[in-house]
Design a protein around this ligand. Structure first.
Ligand SMILES: Nc1ncnc2c1ncn2[C@@H]1O[C@H](COP(=O)(O)OP(=O)(O)OP(=O)(O)O)[C@@H](O)[C@H]1O
Ligand SMILES: [Mg+2]
Length: 247
């Protein structure tokens, strides 16, 4: 197994609250890794540490063998490591295509590139990815008028616009109805299989994560509790006691 992300002994506290305590894990290159655990167990905090959203207190985070724990968000994004948010972040007054195009400078990040008019290729790429997530018909609608589920699909397409090597998704199916969830699972799997994007996914929906992930990690109280295949995790007594039993 080649690890694309290696997390070693990561600690992160907010004032007196220890959100991550000596967390270690590896994300397999080309795979789909799940991260589960009770509310407040430190999952989003770990994502924020990996993408450089905040500095960590101790430990090491490597992406493709390179230490990234001291890098800024934009530098990490430029390496091809991106994330989506638990709450969607799109501009409601812009349409789908415009949202797609403004997400591009995440990769370019050069003022001159950002000021350049978008190329025909950028427009074609935006259209192609909007088609991929099933939003082509809605692409010229103000994004604020999209349903919550459609906004999440748009956010996913915006992340794909940057051609990430690895994408971290924080609760991609939260608030999405069951029919749309199946479509989203299908697209996430295709992004992994066809575009070769390594996925690292936080999910509370057990059906979704057990169906998608090849490896699942479970956190509790800021610590890594267990790791295994979906079958192993579902039958792990520590996971059942800390999390699954409560469902
Ligand atoms: N910016 C912050 N300031 C202070 N405390 C924070 C901050 N962000 C998170 N915390 C605390 O850190 C702990 C871990 O929170 P985190 O958001 O990482 O949990 P989570 O596992 O993602 O939970 P959920 O499943 O509810 O999204 C919680 O106790 C939370 O209250
Ligand atoms: Mg969270």
């Amino acid at each position: 197994m080649t690890a694309i992300i290696e997390i070693q002994g990561v600690c992160k506290a907010y004032g007196g609250v220890v959100a991550n305590k000596e967390v270690s894990m590896e994300i397999k290159s080309g795979g789909i890794t799940g991260l589960i655990g009770p509310n407040g167990s430190g999952k989003t905090t770990l994502f924020n540490s990996v993408v450089g959203y905040h500095p960590i207190d101790a430990g090491s985070i490597k992406f493709e063998g390179k230490e990234i724990s001291k890098l800024q968000v934009q530098d990490i994004a430029r390496l091809g490591l991106l994330r989506t948010f638990q709450q969607t972040r799109i501009y409601g007054l812009m349409n789908g295509v415009e949202n797609m195009l403004i997400s591009l400078p995440h990769r370019k990040m050069n003022l001159w590139d950002a000021l350049k008019p978008n190329s025909k290729e950028d427009y074609e790429k935006a259209d192609r990815l909007l088609e991929f997530v099933g939003l082509y018909e809605k692409r010229l609608l103000k994004s604020g008028a999209l349903s919550f589920g459609q906004q999440k699909l748009l956010e996913f397409a915006m992340a794909l616009m940057n051609e990430p090597t690895c994408l971290l998704l924080d609760e991609p199916t939260a608030g999405i109805n069951p029919t749309l969830i199946n479509g989203l699972i299908d697209r996430l799997k295709r992004a992994n299989a066809e575009f070769g994007i390594t996925l690292f996914i936080i999910e509370h929906n057990m059906r979704v994560i057990m169906n998608m992930a090849d490896t699942i990690y479970c956190m509790a109280h800021g610590e890594m509790l267990a790791q295994g295949t979906p079958d192993e995790i579902q039958n792990d007594q520590r996971v059942i006691d800390a999390y699954l039993g409560a469902h």
